[in-house]
Design a protein around this ligand. Sequence first.
Ligand code: SF4
Ligand code: MG
Length: 344
Amino acid sequence: TEVVLEADGLTKHFPVRRGVRDLLTRERKVVHAVDDIRLTLRRGRVTALVGESGSGKSTVARLLAQLYGRTSGDIRLHGDSVTVKGGRKFRAYCRRVQMIFQDPFASLNPTHTVRYHLTRALKIHGRSGDTAAELEANLRDLLLRVQLTPPERYLDKFPHELSGGQRQRVSIARALGADPEALLADEPVSMLDVSIRLGVLNLLRDLKERLNLAILYITHDIASARYFADETLVMYAGRMVEGGDSETVTQNPAHPYTRLLIESAPDPDRLDRVGDLQPPEERGTGEPPSLIAPPTGCRFHPRCVHAMPKCSTDLPPRFELPANDDSNRGHWAACWLYEEGAAK
Ligand code: SF4
Ligand code: MG
């Protein structure tokens, strides 16, 4: 299917604090928020980006949304690099690639109604229509798309008069006001009640199908990636460590970190046994590393039960994993275990 958005070598380092320099080298310290991110979003597909908090996944979304400048790397929309901030190409990009945030309460202005938020989005993107009647029809259409019906019931409400799920639907409607090709959804359901999460994910899936959208779904919940995403990418400590179709990555994970993530995810069928379970053998130990001085080589090596000598010195590239049919083609892992000839 058609590629909408591509990122290549996307890197973002933040200065820690002005003037803080390493005592020995006199170098200014930086946080390696994300390093060398490569991903592709396709029409009508959901790509999940999974990782723990602090893994850099939100930074990736913000870089793709052009909310801050990158340290290096390339972002392409339909093959065309977007480099200069401002200008026609940049504005077109910002219309076609819309972001949905984790906290719909924070992203909506509490002093303005739903009507105000959606009208503004339509106006900014030149889609408000020529007459008041056209505008009204476009507003109704946006609310119908996110299943807030009847629209009249919601148009003149303030954010605090809506439930969390309704607010997130308004945020999605606002994003749709730009008539985007790609949505970047940063933990869109993690602040919502468990009982309504599925409804919002199903809405996004429905929009993906009806509007042929490319969706980046950012989450710490790998189980939801399996349910919702076509493709899954896993991040650890600012780097991507595994990727492939969601079924393969979640059912047959290759990278030791992905296995750890899956094993530590709560299993709804086994909640009664939590606490009885022995830590599985595959399970790594310890905490995610500091991104000011990330581990050399494979960033997971201090926690990895399979670590070999070279893991602490050499950065593992992406190794393609063998496919047995079309469904698991494109599965890869950045891990020395999959180097040709490595003992597994
Ligand atoms: Fe573990 Fe080495 Fe693979 Fe990293 S490269 S995950 S340390 S085996
Ligand atoms: Mg985040």
